[in-house]
Design a binder for this molecule. Structure first.
Ligand code: ZN
Length: 295
């Protein structure tokens, strides 16, 4: 059993070095390691300082670190400064790491300029890395929120390159995107591929919940309300899993039914059952609106 007291001592020591502005890359790394792997939540500004120092010092850090590295609050200027400080002769590797860094900063992911810079960096990496699933995943990730035309072929390439037993995850992303844009024919084709996933595929209960939920939306789009309500029931007839228990159940079908004022008592029952996995802001909003509607 490791001593909590000693972990705290270590964290305080590296935090003091960061605060004094004298932290070495070793101390920055130890600070992030202790902070993340032992549940300490110390100051966000120290996490930020440590992350910037490490990404600047070690370009491979952003692509290979095994724990959370606190990139959330980096700015576009921080990224440019880090990349400018890198000494890497291999331009394909440089491009690949640059794309990793630009796409790792979640706050900037929705920024179109960052997206184009990340895609340009990936193009520089292409000659050496295009055969890797991770390269295709990064490209799809970059396009997911920005480009309705380039995203489907990009995620299809990820699905094709992923081993069948791991294919559920990218398929789910592709299906979600198709549903959001109401591209129902594409959804039907992807759904057929979902049905073909092998028995040993990594299929968690949250996947079953998710697919039933969007199958219901598909049925509604066809005008088949009975089928939509059957899907509504199926979506919450699953056991919990770590993802459902932390992120909550999909409630897109419930939202659609409520907006269309269809079967509200059943929708209310569905939302009540969904709350057994986890109560989220979505659950609360739906519960409140349903209570107002149903009186
Ligand atoms: Zn799950």
């Amino acid at each position: 059993m490791k001593s909590e007291r000693l972990h705290r001592l270590a964290l305080d020591r590296y935090a003091a070095a960061l605060r004094a502005g004298t932290a070495t890359p070793y101390e920055c790394l130890r600070y992030l390691e202790q902070r993340d792997s032992h549940g300490h939540s110390d100051r966000e500004d120290l996490r930020y300082l440590a992350a910037v120092a490490l990404v600047r010092h070690d370009p491979l850090f952003v692509a290979t670190s095994v724990f959370g590295i606190g990139l959330e609050s980096l700015t576009a200027a921080d990224i440019d400064a880090c990349i400018a400080a890198w000494t890497i002769d291999d331009d394909t590797l440089r491009g690949y790491l640059e794309a990793h860094l630009r796409l790792a900063v979640r706050a900037l992911r929705l920024d179109r300029e960052q997206l184009e810079l990340a895609l340009a960096a990936l193009e520089r990496a292409r000659p050496a890395y295009a055969g890797e699933v991770e390269f295709l995943e990064l490209r799809a990730e970059a396009l997911e929120h920005h480009d309705d035309e380039r995203y489907p072929p990009a995620i299809d390439a990820v699905i094709a390159a992923t081993d069948p037993e791991w294919r559920a995850h990218p398929l789910r992303k592709a299906m979600s995107h198709a549903v959001a844009l109401e591209h129902w024919l594409r959804y039907d084709a992807l759904r057929a591929r979902w049905a073909e996933l092998p028995r040993n595929a990594l299929c968690c209960e949250c996947h079953t919940n998710f697919v039933a939920d969007i199958d219901g939306l598909r049925a509604l789009a066809r005008g088949d309300v009975d089928e939509a309500l059957r899907c509504l029931d199926a979506a919450v007839s699953v056991g919990g899993c770590p993802h459902l228990n932390s992120g909550g159940a999909s409630l897109r079908l419930a939202r659609e039914l409520l907006d269309r004022r269809i079967a509200l008592p059943q929708v209310a029952e569905h939302v009540r059952k969904a709350a057994q996995y986890r109560v989220t802001d979505r659950t609360r909003a739906l519960t409140r609106e349903l209570a107002e509607r149903l009186g």
